[in-house]
Design a protein around this ligand. Structure first.
Ligand code: GLU
Length: 303
């Protein structure tokens, strides 16, 4: 199969779509991005790589970071982290508070904000300088020292992150946040403000398509941990649209409000797309379309 032709065809189709969705503006600094950006990058397990459009332009990875943070926490703490978190889809928006109150401060899964804040708390306990340790982890996974945070985006989210403060306070009131609200959220906002290109994200997710071994064949997670994290991506990776994503695309993955989506076929490939306009559920509108086209054209999905 000529993957470059497949990617080029998808690009030509997707960029002609008029309704590109809406850029997230609840983090004011995110709203400055040009809605016409579109990038797609594919890496096959055998090493072949293909890209089209703005696949080498850094963007705010936001919630995509939650998967990498979970991987880092799981590699250090194993399944004990599940004492503080569930693995069920929430069926509610990612920043909803009501469910957390009803379920006594145990977040439904690690990819809604409450769950990601618990994972952030675990990393804050584990590392003296979690901001630096998380960055080094991502740089090690990719072999790329150019990856960095955008502190302006973290600052903008800190100034407007009332819901995340409410969530962290609720977790604290249930005893499911061990460090201070300030310390955990300062780390969490930086984690979400990591900037990466489609290509860098694809590389960082290689371990999930390679039974826990990163790009450099170093074992980062056990096969069982990878199986489990991939399962959580499939069921919880797309806000309350995980069912639709499985139906249309058929891959585990994760999206972020910056407009990125990464998805993978275990033992086969990782693909990342970036288009900043979001649909009403918060997933990249053109990104979802591009990935649906990819698995339809190549027949390479888990189903
Ligand atoms: N930093 C964002 C928040 O906590 C991440 C949201 C997302 O990408 O889903 O609201």
């Amino acid at each position: 199969m000529n993957f470059q032709t497949v990617l080029n065809d998808i690009y030509n189709h997707v960029v002609s779509v008029k309704d590109k969705g809406t850029i997230a503006s609840y983090i004011p600094e995110l709203a400055h991005v040009d809605i016409n950006n579109f990038g797609l990058h594919l890496k096959i397990k055998n090493g072949e790589e293909y890209g089209v459009g703005h696949y080498n332009k850094p963007f705010s990875i936001q919630s995509i970071s939650k998967v990498l943070a979970l991987a880092l926490a799981a590699s250090q703490k194993g399944s004990t982290i599940l004492n503080r978190l569930g693995v069920e889809p929430s069926g509610h928006p990612f920043n909803q508070l009501a469910l957390l109150e009803i379920e006594n401060g145990i977040p439904r899964n690690p990819f809604i904000n409450s769950g990601a804040i618990v994972v952030a708390d675990i990393l804050v306990t584990l590392f003296e300088n979690p901001v630096e340790s998380f960055l080094n982890y991502i740089r090690d996974l990719t072999g790329d020292k150019n990856i960095n945070y955008n502190p302006n985006i973290a600052k903008s989210e800190k100034e407007s992150g009332y819901r995340n403060y409410a969530t962290a306070n609720l977790l604290k009131s249930f005893g499911n946040l061990h460090n201070s609200v300030e310390e955990v959220l300062d780390y969490y906002f930086m984690q979400c403000a990591l900037e990466m290109t489609c290509e860098q994200i694809t590389k960082s997710f290689h371990l999930f398509a390679n039974k826990g071994k990163c790009l450099f064949e170093k074992t980062r997670l056990t096969e069982q941990q990878v199986k489990r994290i991939n399962a959580i991506m499939l069921t919880c990776g797309f806000y309350d649209e995980a069912g639709e994503f499985a139906f249309e695309v058929g891959l585990p993955g994760k999206s972020g409000v910056g407009g990125g989506i990464v998805a993978l076929l275990p033992d086969n490939y990782v693909i990342t797309t970036w288009a900043p306009g979001l649909n009403e559920k918060g997933n990249s509108k053109l990104g979802m379309l591009a990935l649906e086209q990819f698995t339809t054209k190549t027949q390479l999905s888990i189903f």
